[in-house]
Each structure stands twice: as structure tokens, then as C-alpha cells.
Write a protein that binds this ligand. Structure first.
Ligand code: PMP
Ligand code: GLU
Length: 403
């Protein structure tokens, strides 16, 4: 039964933005259900199946009877394997007790934000940012301070910008590298310069979201948490959704100072308990095995990055960036603002353009404003070459009708 009675919801919900990535996914699902042939380039979700050895581990976990609650912070062997991985790949010196496994990296970020931020305290979010950072800060009743990277610096915030923005009110700085939505990578020297600013501000914590670590087209990944001067104040977030094509399994983690892990444990213990036991066993095998399947998927994403950039560069009005990682391209589409559609409607902004592509080209993307950059459009290339080519053809046709 649905009702129309007015419900007095809490202000924290009214003050929180909706996840626009999930919103666009919902819209295109609805159109698909009506029989419309939509090409989905909206959600950031690998189109690959989870590698077979990981699936086998889940089947084995069922046979082995992993039916029960795990410790809230995760299975001991998984936490140890994560600590080992962080030492091996990221030069992070955390023990198993410094790791908390959660229901996706999304929950890890929410746990940490709720653990650190008091109402009214400021969180600097590098923009363009992943949609949920802002929503999570709002949920924690913190003050988002959006700090925008410049297009000419591949939309990356610089240390100088951070130095200007940071203040005694700042409690947390959050960003992702490789970046969702731009695919940009922060280099070691850029991260060292940022770390210097953090070192000068002793009350500030960094949430380093490294969920796209393995989807890197340039080479070495560098973790800001390995920098000696600030390593106690860096919370490293990572997970299994992207590198292992495991979005639906819901396993992510945070690595941090023990007090922060204990705070997350307290929250998680009251809200969700440990994440799915079977998925944790699968994640354990994923992280303990060789990474060939991950590297193979990354090689495919790299080719697709070139493919989509080349195709969009041929469409007048698209000003593309060059993704160095993740699976998004983030073109500036402001050249289309002010144009008229064949129906005589005006494209005023990113959302209008995104909706025009959905309705006219049947290609679903996400408007850049959702990520704090309203001149752009986020296009996911976690899709087959055929879909990418067909989408580019349809987009070219649709924009050629704009006057
Ligand atoms: N951080 C970023 C930058 C992401 O793109 C995503 C994608 N969903 C997440 C965190 C959350 O991932 P998970 O599926 O592990 O919750
Ligand atoms: N992270 C993905 C994205 O940015 C998945 C959707 C979400 O969790 O918001 O599209």
C-alpha cells in the first residue's frame, strides 16, 4: 500500500542530494522496460563478469558452511590479506586490526565520515567529485566545501588551491585517484605537494579513495597514505567492485588508525554488522590470487578509452579530456548550451543536454553537475566496443540536429 499522507521526514534527509548516478540508471531501466533500446553509459560498473576463480570461491564458501555472521570488521583472513596487499602494493604499514571490511567502499566512506565529522565541520571535496561524497557529508551534517580543479590541469585540484582553501574549520579532505568522474591520476609529486599542505594542518584527515587503483593506464599507482609526515591521518579506501568486477558482491574496506577503525566498527555494529560472509570469502580469494584477470580487464578499458576519445573527438562541440584510469571520459559539452532541439526546446545546461541524449539518441550518460562540474558530461566506457561505437554514432546524429 502506498499512501499520500504527509510524512515528516528528518531534516538530514531533506538536506541530502539524491545519487544522480543511480537516478540515471533508474530512468534508463524504466525506458528499457518500455521496450526502448537504450545504451547505458551512465553507471560506473564493469561490464565484465566476476572472474571464475572468485565465483568458485563463493561456491566453495557455501559448501564450507559460511552461513553465519562474521566479525563486524570482517573475516580475520580477509583483513590480514588486505593488510598484506596494502604493504605489497601501496607501501602502507597497517596491521590487520587497522582494516575494516564493509558493505562496499561506499559504506566504508560513510563510516569514516560519520566517525570524524561533527555537525558544522568542513569537508573539502575536490571537484569534479564522485557523487556520493557530497551526500555522505550532508548525512554526517558536515559542511561540504567544493574545491574545483581547473580544466587546464585535467580538473585536478593543486596543492596551492588546497593551501588557500584549507582553514581551522577543515576536518577532512576527500578525493579519488584515479578519479571518478574524470579518469585523471594524481601523480606522486602532486600528492606529495598536497601532503605538505595537510602536514601543516594538524587537525585535517585525508580520505584517499583508491577504488580504481588497478584500472590505471599509465603505470604505477601512488598512495598518499604512504607519505611519512601524514600517514597516521590518511584513511585509505578501496574495494572489490571495480578491479575485480564485483559490484553486486558488496565488499569494500577502509585502512586507518585504530581509533578510526574502532569508531567504524561501532557504527557498523549498530547498522549492518559484517558484510556478507560468502562475498568476503570470495574477496579473500580475489585479493590473494594473481591479478591476471584484473590486468586483462584493464587492458580492455585502456583500448576503450582510446576508442571513445577518438569517436567523440570527431563530433564537433565535444571537448574531450584523456582518461588515465578508471572507465569514464568527461568531455566539456558547453558548446551545445543555448542550442535548440528539433522540438524547439532550448538546451540550457548539462542536465538538458544529458536528457536530450537520453530521449533523442537513447544513450544514457550522467550530467556533469552531479559531480560538481556543470560544463561536462560523464560517459562510462565500461561497455562493449559495439555499444561504444553505436552510442557515438547516435550521439553524433542527435547533436547534428541541434541548431
Ligand atoms: N568510490 C568511487 C570513486 C566510486 O566510483 C565508487 C563506485 N561505486 C565507490 C567509491 C563505491 O564502490 P562500492 O561499490 O565498493 O561501494
Ligand atoms: N560508482 C559508480 C558510479 O559512479 C556506481 C554508482 C554509484 O554507486 O553511485 O556510477
Amino acid at each position: 500500500m502506498s499512501t499520500t499522507k504527509q510524512v515528516h521526514l528528518a531534516e538530514r534527509i531533506a538536506n541530502m542530494d539524491e545519487s544522480q548516478t543511480l537516478e540515471m540508471a533508474k530512468k534508463s531501466r524504466e525506458l528499457k522496460a518500455q521496450g526502448i533500446d537504450i545504451i547505458n553509459l551512465n553507471l560506473g560498473e564493469p561490464d565484465f563478469k566476476t572472474p571464475a576463480h572468485i565465483c568458485e570461491a563463493a561456491k566453495q564458501a557455501v559448501d564450507d558452511g559460511y552461513f553465519f555472521y562474521t566479525p563486524v570488521t570482517g573475516l580475520a583472513e580477509l583483513r590480514q590479506a588486505i593488510a598484506d596487499k596494502l604493504k605489497r602494493d601501496n607501501q602502507l604499514d597497517w596491521k590487520a586490526e587497522n582494516i575494516i571490511v564493509s558493505t562496499g567502499a561506499k559504506q566504508s566512506i560513510a563510516n569514516v565520515m560519520l566517525s570524524l565529522v561533527n555537525p558544522g565541520e568542513e569537508v573539502i571535496i575536490f571537484a569534479p567529485y564522485w557523487v556520493s561524497y557530497k551526500g555522505i557529508v550532508q548525512l554526517a551534517e558536515g559542511e561540504p566545501n567544493i574545491l574545483s580543479g581547473k580544466a587546464e590541469n585535467d580538473y585536478k585540484v593543486t596543492a596551492e588551491q588546497l593551501r588557500e582553501a584549507i582553514s581551522p574549520k577543515t576536518k577532512v579532505v576527500i578525493f579519488s585517484s584515479p578519479c571518478n568522474p574524470t579518469g585523471a591520476l594524481f601523480s606522486e609529486s602532486e600528492l606529495r605537494a598536497i601532503a605538505e599542505v595537510i602536514a601543516e594542518n594538524e587537525q585535517v584527515y585525508v580520505i584517499a579513495d583508491e577504488i580504481y587503483e588497478y584500472i590505471n593506464f599509465e603505470g604505477e599507482h601512488f598512495s598518499i597514505g604512504s607519505i611519512e609526515a601524514i600517514k597516521d591521518r590518511v584513511i585509505t579506501i578501496n574495494g572489490f567492485s571495480k578491479g575485480f568486477a564485483m559490484t553486486g558482491w558488496r565488499v569494500g574496506y577502509a585502512a586507518a588508525d585504530l581509533a578510526i577503525v574502532k569508531a567504524c566498527d561501532k557504527i557498523q555494529g549498530q547498522v549492518t554488522s559484517g558484510t556478507n560472509a560468502i562475498a568476503q570469502r570470495a574477496a579473500f580469494v580475489a585479493i590473494s590470487s594473481d591479478l591476471q584477470a584484473t590486468h586483462d580487464m584493464t587492458a580492455v578499458y585502456r583500448k576503450r578509452a582510446d576508442l571513445i576519445k577518438g569517436l567523440l573527438d570527431n563530433i564537433e562541440g565535444f571537448k574531450t579530456n584523456t582518461p588515465q584510469g578508471a572507465f569514464y571520459i568527461f568531455p566539456d559539452v558547453s558548446a551545445f548550451f543555448g542550442k535548440q532541439t528539433p522540438n524547439g526546446e532550448r538546451i540550457d545546461n548539462d542536465m538538458d543536454f544529458c536528457m536530450y541524449l537520453l530521449n533523442e539518441a537513447h544513450v544514457s550518460t550522467v550530467a556533469g553537475g552531479a559531480f560538481g562540474e556543470p560544463n561536462c558530461l560523464r560517459i562510462s566506457f565500461a561497455a562493449s566496443d559495439e555499444h561504444i561505437k553505436e552510442a557515438a554514432k547516435r550521439i553524433a546524429e542527435a547533436v547534428s540536429k541541434l541548431k
